[in-house]
Design a protein around this ligand. Sequence first.
Ligand SMILES: *Cc1c(COP(=O)(O)O)cnc(C)c1O
Length: 230
Amino acid sequence: MGIAENVAAVRARIEAAAGGRRVLLVAASKMNGADRVREAVAAGVDACGENRVQELVEKRAAGAYEGAGLHFIGHLQRNKVKYLVGGGVGLIESVDSVELLGDISARAQRLGVVQDVLLEVNIAGELSKSGVSPERLPELLDFAAAQEGLRVRGLMAIPPISVIPGANRPYFARMYELFVDIGGKKYDNTSMDFLSMGMSGDFEDAIAEGANMVRVGSAIFGARDYGAGR
Ligand SMILES: *Cc1c(COP(=O)(O)O)cnc(C)c1O
């Protein structure tokens, strides 16, 4: 199947899982060239999500994302913030430290813009993963509340890769609890609008547990070929 058919099939599955709720579809477009990304955009994904700043910069220059939103979803190094803020990246989904919040705020203020971000939560407590622990979220929210030039729009999580259907549901459910809890607390600069969780293998479970943004790669673009090229 082609990219357009895949996007339509993913949309249909999202709708079936969402029961009338609106769920945004972010195409996780890493390792797919500008032409393929443009196909996904033409097929109507809401946004594209990139993992690597260098790849985003190259594909952005090639006009890959025109007509859709652009999110950054990968591990972000502080010295790369300058390539994202003010560069058409509507949402940085993967902010997990006060240092990054500070850098984003400083850069945004210098440019006179407001950068929307999500806080990435390491919901399964995996040592190998980025993301802030649930216990440390209040520290980031307190810090963000005092920063100009940014808004926290919600939470993002990447639970473990699982081959067992439904295995991640408890993590998704815990994320939804955090999302609702923070939303009730009225932090400055924060509105819990987006809960980004769910990938090709588990987005229906994530939606059932309250996700309103899913990041889908291989179900749209096919399996990634890690052996080729890069
Ligand atoms: C690659 C990636 C996805 C999508 O993964 P698939 O399993 O291919 O759908 C989602 N989120 C992040 C952060 C990713 O890096």
